[in-house]
Design a protein around this ligand. Structure first.
Ligand code: PMP
Length: 403
């Protein structure tokens, strides 16, 4: 029997990840910069054991029971304080919904806002799984180029104006302002203000995806969150426990206007009723006891050290003509090779001959045809793997350049 004959049209928009196909050659001897995983030593495992025991001893009847779709009040109240420390003012718990990671929120955004053919705007390149989440709903995705300071707001405004003139006002602008995935770029303050200003002048919605702001490891603090500067309630703010605690908890949250949150709750009801109650209680305790706050400087230190190592290895080994970003946040360095190289085609050689893997840049572009970038993760590999892997990658690049 052929299952394909029964599929909805929508399902044909779900593309199998090309990357997963390519990374199938990764074996034990291959050093992979391909994943997007945190350093496991950053997980507060011992604390989670204790907290879980306490919760199950004192309130198992609540923690193991169904909960409300919006999430448990204890966690929302802790999040209000947590976000308050970075200048995000949230009126009350009705302005928050707890999600199964930010990934669920991205899917809900597609569900709630995108009709087939609607235009949505993203940075270019952008987070691949956001593109995948949105694509299911059939939008036209317009990518806006970036430079080292973030999204090119001049191009953004021209594009918005043109789209509106053509009768296709964009539904939202999706951005990852701090430690962007995949480039590692942090949008500067001026661009942030300009972005909000454009959104206000053209009456647009902004989706601010902020998994990395709390572990910014540059000097000082990161530029203010868009949500902290949002006087008009036009920013829907997403963040997650995946990088400040552990991704296996599958916990994220959305902060937005009460009205927006009510729509998210409606969308979530039919997806999964609510996020794991037990995990929400764990997260509330991690925040209440200050464990997350104590852990953050440690995570920053681990990431800063690994980033420095990768940057050092890159300048030591990479041939002329190769450039890369110098991130102050996030988990990735974005590397650009000379035009001659197609990083998708090179991956097989890199893995099979040199024992190193990365993610080709191509699939991060919503609609540009670029072939000579790659994303390198520096948080998961060990320091030894970072050095050895970059050395191998440089050899692969040199071989392909001279071909
Ligand atoms: N947004 C961005 C930009 C990410 O990098 C990630 C994780 N890699 C997510 C969202 C989703 O994270 P999670 O579902 O674990 O919260």
């Amino acid at each position: 029997m052929d299952i394909n004959q029964f599929l909805a049209d929508r399902s044909r928009l779900m593309r199998a990840s090309e990357i997963r196909e390519l990374l199938k050659w990764v074996t034990e001897n291959v050093i992979s910069f391909g994943g997007g995983m945190p350093d496991p030593s950053s997980f507060p495992a011992k604390e989670i054991i204790e907290i879980t025991r306490d919760i199950l001893t004192t309130k198992a009847e609540k923690a193991l029971q169904y909960g409300t779709t919006g999430g448990i009040l204890e966690l929302k109240e802790e999040l209000i304080k947590f976000m308050g420390k970075v200048g995000i003012k949230v009126d009350g718990p009705e302005n928050i919904i707890i999600t199964v990671g930010s990934q669920e929120a991205l899917d809900m955004i597609g569900r709630l806002f995108i009709n087939p053919g609607d235009c949505v705007i993203t940075e270019s390149p952008t987070y691949l799984a956001a593109l995948q989440a949105f694509r299911i709903y059939g939008p036209r995705i317009v990518g806006i180029p970036m430079d080292e300071e973030g999204i090119r707001v001049d191009v953004l405004e021209d594009t918005v104006r043109k789209l509106i003139n053509d009768g296709g006002k964009p539904k939202f602008i999706y951005v990852i302002p701090t430690g962007q995935n995949p480039t590692g770029i942090t949008m500067n303050m001026e661009r942030r203000k300009e972005l909000l200003d454009i959104a206000s002048r053209y009456d647009l919605l902004i989706i601010e995806d902020d998994p990395y702001g709390y572990i910014y490891f540059g000097d000082g603090e990161p530029p203010a969150r868009l949500k902290a500067m949002d006087g008009e309630g036009r920013v829907i703010y997403l963040s997650t426990f995946s990088k400040i605690a552990a991704p296996g908890l599958r916990l994220g949250w959305v902060a937005a206007s009460k009205e927006a949150i009510r729509w998210f709750e409606l969308a979530k009801q039919s997806i999964d009723l609510h996020t794991s109650t037990l995990n929400q209680y764990i997260a509330a305790e991690l925040l209440r006891k200050g464990i997350i706050e104590k852990n953050i400087p440690r995570i920053k230190e681990i990431y800063r050290t690994k980033r420095d190592l990768m940057l050092q290895a890159l300048s030591e080994y990479m041939p002329e003509g190769v450039t890369w970003t110098k991130p102050s946040a996030g988990m990735f360095i974005w590397l650009t090779t000379p035009e001659k190289i197609d990083t998708t085609a090179m991956l097989e050689i890199a893995i099979k001959k040199y024992g190193v893997a990365y993610v080709p840049g191509k699939s991060f572009y919503p609609n540009e045809d670029r072939h000579n970038d790659m994303r390198l993760n520096f948080t998961y590999p060990t320091p030894e793997q970072i050095f050895e892997g970059i050395k191998r990658l440089a050899m692969a690049i040199k071989e392909v350049i001279t071909q």
